[in-house]
Design a protein around this ligand. Structure first.
Ligand SMILES: Nc1nc2c(ncn2[C@@H]2O[C@H](COP(=O)(O)OP(=O)(O)OP(=O)(O)O)[C@@H](O)[C@H]2O)c(=O)[nH]1
Ligand SMILES: [Mg+2]
Length: 300
C-alpha cells in the first residue's frame, strides 16, 4: 500500500486480507493502524485506515442491531421516527410529504399493511421514518425501541385510545392533529388550547394544504437531542457528512467513536464553531461540544 511501511505493517495487512469474520477483521485492522508509519508521509494511509475502521465498526453495530431487531426486520438508523395512529387518519399522506415518496393513499381504512421506510432530509441529516399499519395492526417491538413517535390523530378520543399501544415505549411522542383543513380558525384555536392544556408536544397539520410542514420537520429533528460534529485533518477540507453524537459529548467521545483508543493518540485538538471562543482554539479532551462544531485532531 505504501512504499516505506514496516514489515510488521505488512504482516498485519496480510492477516487482515485473510480474515473471514467482521470481528477478526476489526482486530487485524487495529494492528495495521498501530503499525502504520507515524511520519508525515503516512498521513493519507492513516486517514484511510481510520475511515475503514469507522465503517467496519458501523457495519458490526448494524448487523448486531438488526439481529436483535424487531419481527418486521427494519434496520434502525441512528435517528428513527415511527408514524402511528388509527386507520385512515392520514399517516401515509404525512409520510409521503416528509419523505418525498409516493406510497398509495386511499380513502379506505387499513390500506397500509406492512411498515414502509423512507428518509426525511433535514439540513444535512437523514432521519429514518417508518409508515406503520394502523392500530391495532402494529408491531409492539418496534414501538418500544424507536426514538420518536409521530402520533397522527383526527380527534381527541384517539389520544386516550392510543395509550394501550404506547405503554412500554420510551420514545418521545409528538401528537399531530391532521386534516385541519376541515376546521375553521376558531375551531383550530380550540384544538390548540386543548392540546396545550394537556401539556402535549403537538402540531396542527394538513396534508392537503401543508400547514406547518417546516415546523413539523423541525419538531421531529428536535426530539433526537443529538449534535452534529464535523472533523477535518490539518490543511484539509471539513468532512461533508456530520458525525452524530449525543448532546454534551466531549472531544474524547468523538475520538473514541472514530476509533477505539484513538483519544490516547491525540496530541492536540483544535475547534471551530459554537463551542469555541475563537476559530482554531486549542482544547483538551474533556472539552464539551456543541451542534455544528468542527474538530481538527493532530496525533502524536
Ligand atoms: N381533508 C383531508 N384529508 C386527508 C388529509 N390527509 C389525508 N387525508 C385523506 O384521508 C384518507 C386516508 O389517508 P392515508 O394517508 O391513506 O391514511 P392512513 O392513516 O395511512 O390510512 P391507513 O394506512 O389505512 O391506516 C385519504 O382519503 C386521504 O386523502 C388531510 O390533511 N385533510
Ligand atoms: Mg397508510
Amino acid at each position: 500500500m505504501t512504499t516505506n511501511a514496516s514489515p510488521e505493517y505488512g504482516h498485519a495487512e496480510k492477516e487482515y486480507l485473510q480474515t473471514k469474520t467482521l470481528d477478526e477483521k476489526l482486530l487485524a485492522l487495529e494492528k495495521m493502524i498501530s503499525y502504520a508509519p507515524a511520519h508525515k508521509g503516512g498521513e493519507n494511509l492513516r486517514a484511510a485506515l481510520r475511515l475503514r475502521y469507522k465503517k467496519l465498526v458501523e457495519k458490526i453495530e448494524k448487523t448486531s442491531k438488526s439481529s436483535k431487531s424487531t419481527k418486521v426486520g427494519i434496520k434502525k438508523s441512528e435517528m428513527q421516527a415511527l408514524i402511528l395512529g388509527f386507520p385512515n387518519t392520514g399517516k401515509t399522506s404525512v409520510f409521503n410529504l416528509l419523505t418525498g415518496l409516493k406510497l398509495q393513499v386511499t380513502e379506505h381504512p387499513y390500506s397500509t399493511t406492512i411498515p414502509k421506510i423512507g428518509m426525511m432530509n433535514y439540513e444535512d441529516l437523514k432521519i429514518q421514518l417508518v409508515d406503520m399499519p394502523p392500530f391495532p395492526n402494529t408491531d409492539r417491538g418496534i414501538i418500544n425501541t424507536t426514538d420518536t413517535i409521530l402520533l397522527i390523530i383526527n380527534n381527541f378520543d384517539q389520544i386516550k385510545q392510543s395509550e394501550q399501544f404506547l405503554q412500554k415505549t420510551r420514545a418521545k411522542i409528538i401528537i399531530l392533529f391532521n386534516k385541519t383543513d376541515l376546521f375553521n380558525e376558531n375551531e383550530k384555536r380550540k384544538i390548540t388550547e386543548t392540546l396545550k392544556s394537556k401539556k402535549h408536544s403537538f402540531i396542527l397539520f394538513s396534508s392537503i394544504n401543508h400547514e406547518n410542514l417546516a415546523e413539523l420537520k423541525e419538531k421531529i429533528f428536535k426530539t433526537f437531542t443529538i449534535i452534529r460534529i464535523y472533523t477535518k485533518e490539518p490543511k484539509k477540507e471539513v468532512s461533508k457528512e456530520p458525525m452524530i453524537m449525543k448532546e454534551n459529548s466531549t472531544i474524547k467521545d468523538v475520538a473514541e467513536k472514530i476509533l477505539k483508543g484513538f483519544s490516547k493518540k491525540i496530541k492536540r485538538a483544535r475547534i471551530w464553531g459554537p463551542s469555541s471562543k475563537f476559530g482554531g482554539q486549542e482544547v483538551g479532551l474533556s472539552h464539551v461540544l456543541k451542534d455544528k462544531d468542527i474538530i481538527e485532531f493532530q496525533t502524536k
